[in-house]
Design a binder for this molecule. Structure first.
Ligand code: ATP
Length: 331
């Protein structure tokens, strides 16, 4: 096991707090006055488009990039204070590529990491990690022949050696197929149960929304929103209704809605998308149609998705190319 500092391990305090963090390269500010606190035993998503500053932020948290300004407290130590690096022994990380030696088997990779972290091999821990990431059946194969998803899972297992208090994962779903994304997500979801807090970066919204219970949204190096998905979405319900009617009643429905002066913004098959004035609700629409002998099969007010919120918060004009919202990754 990694050496522990009882004061820190027993503390309910945040394993990572950042205040007014910034990073400049020349005149280019890539991280700009970030302040956030990661709650213990949660899976926290750091999301933003390509170039938003996610990797740079993670590298600063690990002491790999020197901040231009601000403070980082990692497991109770302020980065830069004497011997702050001692806490890195309790932080697992996977930035960019999984830290795998291709000439070693999966088991040997984990044994090697045990030696690096604890100075001794813990075979029970290695077996447990192989089971956790579902690689027990391939434990004695070299990872060269693994799929991308298996390599990512082995990489995560390596970061978990010594049961760290915090793991920092940079885009672990990158390049994975839907099944691989679901596996990584399920794996991350299990980690808080074992006392490991997760900070994971991604620009794949569906993945993040389902994997994380807290989100920090970055754009151009700044935090544009943070909180739970529900908090970020609150107040974003649009005043739009979807009214679906029977096939035989579409003509009449359109006539009734238009006669009442309601704006039909779109018609998709037998569903009308209506943006009524704020004082008009679903019951009013129902009553209006019923008075004309049209009985809607459904009247819904769609809830804004994280994708909508994200685009509102970070979108530059003509900048939708680097946001991926895979339809996959739903288990
Ligand atoms: P991605 O999703 O593409 O990985 P990101 O959100 O992780 O993006 P970063 O990799 O942190 O973003 O990069 C943020 C900005 O900082 C980018 O404009 C990048 O070009 C710039 N940058 C990163 N490292 C350096 C460096 N060493 N020197 C100069 N600029 C850099």
């Amino acid at each position: 096991m990694r050496s522990t500092d009882p004061l820190q391990s027993s503390s309910a305090a945040s394993p990572c707090e950042v205040r007014h963090l910034s990073k400049r390269y020349g005149t280019h500010t890539v991280v700009d006055d970030l302040t956030f606190s990661i709650p213990r035993n949660h899976v926290v998503g750091l999301i933003g488009p390509n170039g938003a500053g996610k990797t740079t932020t993670m590298k600063m948290l690990l002491g790999l990039v020197r901040p231009t300004g601000g403070d980082i407290s990692l497991l109770g130590r302020t980065i830069g204070e004497p011997r702050w690096g001692d806490v890195l022994n309790r932080v697992g990380s996977m930035i960019e590529e999984p830290p795998i030696y291709d000439r070693l088997t999966a088991r040997q990779n984990l044994q090697y990491q045990c030696l690096a972290v604890d100075g001794a091999i813990d075979d029970a821990e290695v077996d447990e990690l192989l089971r956790l990431v579902d690689l027990a059946h391939r434990a004695d194969d070299r990872p060269r022949g693994y799929s991308l998803g298996m390599r990512q899972r082995l990489g995560i297992a390596i970061t978990l050696v010594g049961q760290p208090d915090l793991v920092i994962l940079d885009e672990p779903g990158n390049g994975l197929d839907p099944a691989g994304i679901i596996e990584i997500r399920q794996l991350m979801g299990r980690l808080p149960e074992t006392g490991t807090t997760v900070l994971v970066s991604s620009h794949q919204l569906a993945e993040v929304q389902q994997a994380c219970d807290q989100l920090i949204i970055l754009a151009d190096g700044r935090t544009v929103a943070q909180g739970t998905t529900a908090e970020i979405l609150s107040g974003r319900t649009q005043h739009i209704f979807h009214v679906t009617v029977d096939n035989t009643e579409t003509q009449q429905t359109g006539d009734v809605l238009r006669a009442a002066g309601l704006a039909v913004t779109e018609q998709i098959g037998t569903t009308f998308v209506i943006e009524p004035p704020p004082e008009v609700g679903g019951r009013d629409l129902n009553r209006l149609l019923a008075a004309a002998d049209v009985y809607a099969s459904s009247i819904n007010q769609p809830v804004a998705s994280l994708e909508d919120a994200f685009l509102d918060l970070v979108q530059q004009p003509d900048d939708t190319d680097n946001l991926t919202t895979p339809e996959v990754a739903r288990s």
